[in-house]
Write a protein that binds this ligand. Structure first.
Ligand SMILES: C[S@@+](CC[C@H](N)C(=O)[O-])C[C@H]1O[C@@H](n2cnc3c(N)ncnc32)[C@H](O)[C@@H]1O
Length: 475
């Protein structure tokens, strides 16, 4: 426990509290801050500390209240406006974040942090041109700040200039290595734009310069695997595993490469990492790949809703809401979407189709639920589960007696196993396995037909579209 010495000066106390919060020792910082508040007059600095402490203790409401009061008392203190802007940005209150950051910029026009905060808030508000202007000024003031540069690259891409966005990231990289996060951002950028050769080259430069971490090797492996260089990818994943043995993203990709025994499903942390990073370009990318599942699900939903109009519909792994868009004009009851990725859900929310959106792992969510659904849909989601027994049992329990579960899978053709983890981190399932697992979970197969899921490298990805119903209904 921290002891307050009678001789401690107010400044020393405040510095100690700040150091304890930085060290993640909120429990020790609390009593010390309370002691400091007894002997030091209220000040913006103390309020900033109290807000930081409250947030680090998981109480953003209290942090916000501290800042509200402090801003009321000292409206000319730019630091208070900045901290409230950053807090509101983290809480998703982008409008307030933008207004507070703008106030901080007015009070201190030379402060690049305030401009960067304003730029980030503008980006979140979908105003990329203004975001770009703020972030460009912040980046020009501190060209070595990797976070400013990364945000500027995002704004540049949002303004429709991906080439310049990559250039912005590259400018921050020096031949001697440079910021690791920036390099990883540039590699990820290349992967997202399917520039796999360039991604590998950037990772290799980082390796030669000695600026590496598990993420860099994981991304390198991903890019190599996308180029069909599976042996090289396996080496990269092995390096990644050495540097980050517990990193869920790395472990899943390593499992996919065949270096570790196969996991039965993709871990939620991995899914969050992948889809949070993919959300803003998911729709355009999937359209470019000729993604066919929402349309196919629509045709089946029409047949169901013709007979059962107005039934509540559950969209598992709803992502950005493409399935919701496909069925939005049909006579559906309230539409509920569940997804593990907050950013995918934000995109779905912006479409205004879902009555309810829940951020959760679908297996956990189904197990905690007790309502019944007429239609349960899962477009391109079951491919993140290998073994389907638990998932199918949970879906069966939530499906109404006359309900349909409609889902797609990728087809597993060769091999004796019923399912396999593919190199890209998705699973594929065989027809026999699907039929057995559905039967064991209490489903009857209403339809199981071949379905092209999307196109990759110009070739169709084969799969199945399945309509399953409770077994008791089948004569
Ligand atoms: C390929 S996208 C498909 C999105 C949407 N269903 C569609 O057809 O456009 C897969 C989505 O499923 C989500 N997902 C995958 N596994 C999940 C899980 N176990 N729990 C919740 N969401 C999951 C991902 O976050 C992602 O948004």
């Amino acid at each position: 426990m921290e002891v307050v010495h009678a001789t401690a000066t107010p400044l020393a106390l405040v510095q100690r509290v700040s150091a304890l919060i930085d060290a993640g020792r909120a429990g020790a910082a609390g009593p010390l801050l309370a002691a400091a508040r007894q002997i030091v007059a209220p000040s913006p600095e103390l309020s900033l500390l109290a807000a930081r402490l409250a947030e680090s203790q998981g109480d953003p409401g209290l942090a916000r209240a501290e800042l509200d009061v402090a801003i009321e008392a000292a409206p000319d203190h730019a630091g208070l406006w900045k901290q409230r802007a950053a807090l509101c940005q983290r809480l998703g209150d982008f409008d307030r974040a933008a207004r507070d950051a703008a106030e901080a910029v007015c009070l201190d026009p030379a402060d690049p942090d305030a401009k960067a905060l304003l730029g980030s808030a503008m980006l979140s508000l979908g105003r990329p041109a203004e975001a770009w202007a703020c972030l460009a000024e912040a980046c020009a003031a501190v060209p070595t700040n990797a976070a400013f540069r990364e945000a500027l690259a995002i704004a540049t891409e949002a303004n429709g200039d991906p080439e310049a966005a990559l250039g912005t990231l590259m400018e921050g990289l020096s031949p001697k290595g440079g910021a690791l996060n920036l390099r990883n951002a540039a590699i990820l950028f290349c992967i997202r734009h399917r520039a796999f050769q360039k991604a590998v080259a950037l990772a290799e430069d980082g390796r030669i310069a000695g600026t590496v971490d598990a993420c860099l090797f994981g991304l390198k492996g991903h890019a190599q695997s996308s180029l069909g260089l599976h042996t090289e990818a396996a080496d990269s994943y092995a390096e990644a595993l050495k540097l980050g043995p517990d990193d869920p993203y790395v472990r899943h990709l390593v499992q996919a490469s065949g270096l570790l025994p196969g996991a039965k499903r993709a871990p939620p942390d991995y899914l969050r990492t992948v889809f949070d990073g993919y959300a803003d370009r998911f729709d355009s990318h999937l359209i470019a790949l000729g993604y066919q599942i929402p349309g196919a699900i629509r045709r089946i939903a029409m047949a169901y809703l013709d007979r059962h109009p107005g039934r509540p519909v559950l969209d598992l792994g709803c992502g950005t809401g493409l399935v919701g868009v496909a069925i939005g004009d049909l006579p559906v009851g309230p539409l509920t979407g569940v997804d593990v990725s907050a950013r995918m859900l934000a995109e779905a929310g912006a479409k205004g189709i879902y009555a309810t959106l829940e951020e959760a792992d679908v297996q956990d969510w189904l197990d905690a639920e007790n309502s019944q659904w007429g239609l349960i849909l899962a477009g391109d989601v079951v491919c993140y589960f290998g073994a389907l027994e638990a998932l199918l049992r949970s879906v069966r329990e939530r499906l109404a007696g006359d309900g349909w579960f409609v889902f797609s899978v990728e087809e597993h053709v060769d091999g004796e196993s019923g399912w396999a983890l593919l190199r890209q981190g998705r699973y594929a399932h065989s027809r026999d396995y699907l039929e057995d697992a559905l039967g064991a979970a209490g489903f009857a197969v209403h339809a199981l037909r071949p379905q092209v899921i999307r196109h990759e490298a110009g070739a169709p990805v084969p799969g199945f579209l399945i309509v399953a119903e409770p077994a008791a209904l089948v004569n």
